[in-house]
Design a protein around this ligand. Structure first.
Ligand code: SAM
Length: 353
């Protein structure tokens, strides 16, 4: 054994533990509104900040120091700390498309799944998204919503030939694997002449979708439990979307066949899924977030995709563009085109019958 390499290896391993601790502190900062309380960018001492937040100074001091040590907050003179403008976008401003704190908001529930996973490693059968409880659905919603809210209607839809005029004129739209319904409701608000149907199997996500529907106050959207009320067998929809969910499905091939039956011959299907590459080696070489994504896969995506005994189990990095093209062709679609929307994590595919 090489002593220098041992040191490096220990650094690697404890760097991972350090990431887990910092992630937990980000969870706490988001949950207690600490980043929002720092959003004016003004440097604070622990005394200032404890007064501002009404929290205990000793605890606040330790949190500020941890966040400074981790590079999340800027360390300023005189024992003061501040949140940079980039920090505000990522951690405090949930209307910014780069807002990322939402992804930490179901961290405890996600990590807790690890208690149940040794059983999954033995049996091969994973857990559905509902295993994370209502906080899981809420966390996925908070993680993914900012991008949909800021960019889906103004940036993405205009890139799809003929879709916006058809939505303005009125057509039926389905979002399959719609989660809490944020994307669907953004479209429903923007296009009152069209009708929108969300399909989901997670009860917690459907509960959130019902709350979001009531809050949106629109009458042209509805949500369906896909187990009770599957997609219609006749060609009804002019536009179908699937956002970050095909790789989570136990049987994506069957869902694609259902989409093919339910979409009109002149319809458009927009797929958003993780920018994955065909091999493990390419993913490790080209994706700096590969280890986080394989971990996420075991905790949630692949677990969901194996939550039935014969699940396909694609997982977070399992649905690369070549497979997407092959599977959509096998489901009866002839047009497949990747479009670049500058998303940091997702690839977008336009698919037509
Ligand atoms: C990562 S979430 C994405 C949710 C949503 N599209 C969004 O962008 O917020 C994946 C979702 O796919 C759902 N899902 C998995 N299998 C499904 C199926 N067969 N039919 C419908 N939804 C499914 C899960 O319940 C989960 O809510």
């Amino acid at each position: 054994m090489d002593a220098d390499r041992l040191k490096e290896y220990l650094k690697e391993v404890f760097g991972a533990l350090s990431g887990a601790m910092t992630s937990t502190m980000i969870y706490l900062g988001d949950r207690m509104g600490l980043y929002r309380a720092l959003a004016d960018g003004v440097p604070v001492t622990s005394v200032d900040f404890a007064t501002r937040t009404g929290l205990s100074e000793r605890w606040i001091r330790e949190w500020l120091q941890q966040q400074g040590a981790a590079g999340i907050l800027e360390i300023r003179e005189g024992g003061r700390f501040s949140l940079s403008p980039e920090g505000v976008a990522v951690l405090a401003d949930d209307s910014h498309p780069a807002f990322g704190a939402g992804f930490f908001s179901h961290l405890p529930q996600t990590i807790q799944l690890a208690e149940r996973l040794p059983e999954a490693f033995r049996t091969g059968v994973g857990l559905t998204y509902d295993a994370m409880g209502p906080e899981g659905a809420r966390g996925i919603e908070r993680g993914l919503a900012p991008w949909f809210r800021a960019l889906l209607v103004p940036l993405v839809l205009p890139r799809l030939e003929g879709v916006v005029p058809a939505l303005e004129a009125g057509m039926s739209v389905a979002d399959v694997g719609c989660g809490a319904g944020v994307a669907l409701l953004e479209m429903a608000k923007a296009f009152p002449s069209s009708e929108f149907h969300g399909y989901e199997i997670s009860h917690h996500a459907l509960d959130r979708a019902a709350e979001n529907l009531a809050e949106a106050g629109v009458t042209n959207a509805s949500f369906h439990d896909a187990h009770q009320e599957p997609l219609p067998k006749r060609a009804r929809f002019g536009f179908v979307t699937t956002f970050d969910c095909l790789h989570d499905m136990t049987d994506p091939a069957s869902v694609m066949l259902e989409i093919r039956s339910a979409i009109r011959d002149d319809g458009t299907w927009l797929i958003a899924d993780i920018k994955a590459l065909p091999t493990f080696e390419e993913n490790v070489e080209k994706n700096p977030m590969a280890s986080m994504m394989y971990g996420t896969s075991i905790l949630t995506c692949m677990s969901s995709a194996l939550s039935e005994p014969d699940g396909l189990g694609l997982g977070t990095l399992g649905f690369h563009s070549e497979l997407a093209e092959q599977m959509t062709r096998e489901a009866g679609f002839s047009h497949f085109e990747a479009i670049d929307l500058g998303h940091p994590v997702n690839a977008f595919y336009v698919v037509k019958p």
